[in-house]
Write a protein that binds this ligand. Sequence first.
Ligand SMILES: C[S@@+](CC[C@H](N)C(=O)[O-])C[C@H]1O[C@@H](n2cnc3c(N)ncnc32)[C@H](O)[C@@H]1O
Length: 388
Amino acid sequence: MTPEARIQAAIEVLDGVLAGDAAEKALTSWGRRSRFAGSKDRAAVRDHVFQALRCRRSYACLGGAETGRGLMLGALRAAGVAPQTVFTGQGHAPEVLSEDEEAGGAAPVTAGDRLDLPDWMVPLFEAALGDGAEAAARMLRERAPVCLRVNIRMNSVSEVIENMVTSGISVRRSEIAEEALIVTEGARKVAQSELYATGGIELQDGASQAAMAALEIAPGARVLDYCAGGGGKVLALAVRHDALWFAHDADPRRMADLPARAARAGVEVTRLEGRDLAAAGPFDLVLCDVPCSGSGTWRRAPDAKWRLTPERLDALCAIQREILESAAALVAPGGQLVLTTCSVFRCENEDQSAAFLQTHPEWGETLRRRWPISAEGDGFFLSVFKRI
Ligand SMILES: C[S@@+](CC[C@H](N)C(=O)[O-])C[C@H]1O[C@@H](n2cnc3c(N)ncnc32)[C@H](O)[C@@H]1O
């Protein structure tokens, strides 16, 4: 496909997303319709779509319309490319610009337009991040770093760095987590690499890794990952410590890949259904990596930024409170309860910790940390409580 044809494809996919489809679904259905597209074309179209969604409001201003064409027109203007050179109508390029499109478009003015946030969310960013709100919102307009976690049970960080070079992948050490490597070139080769296939590396964000590294776990401890999903957090812990590992999720199907991932990493994790939790407890540490807005990760899933509503955020906060309540009951005397989110909002982080402490006077907070959205990783929050 020509570069212009890729932009036309992105316009079609974006129209699907703006009509209500999830970005992944819209990309998949375009891919099915477009058997002629090679892997580089697919990657390029995906990049255009994701970037346009990260910058949906500012591109719509610059392009003069919140449509697929408007967003790609805005993207070109933002990049300083003359749109007429792309909207040529030749071959599979987008149709020639109308007079309105040529004349339209204006620089974003309101905070929501400039920062690419829904209006209702601007005060939430300010309340949570103060002077850092603008920088955080601007980071969400960029691509996220691709980050690897070295399985230190299998190899050292330096061994992995050397091995990556021979696989044609360039990496640098992360500034926030010792076992994290940021991929600087060749990210698309990671999943095909020998080290990935044999469990020597995993894909995991740097801030998640840093948060797991901050936890203190005694040898032989019984540890439950209460919201395990695919098991990213419990696996990061299990390769660092010799302990007994358990995983639970309200939706057990989300843990389907966990046995294979654990075997690949050389660790054992026992999955537990809800009805078995009390009998398997108590646990020395219960990790609650709760469902959240994901606002710290919206570089990776930019359409989620536009789908979240105040009502959904309230509902998520209520689920988080319920999870902490149920999980606390499974912690042994003297044990730890851990709250993590990949959100930047106070209501999912500091307010949630404060509410827990207020209603549970027998617990104290021993650690609280925030990781900003940065070139090193996603926005992330950690709060550790100990039963006094
Ligand atoms: C943020 S994701 C977990 C990601 C996972 N820890 C990882 O590192 O890959 C949150 C998970 O919580 C689960 N969940 C939602 N409500 C829950 C509940 N009431 N109890 C336990 N798990 C719940 C969801 O199914 C989802 O898999």
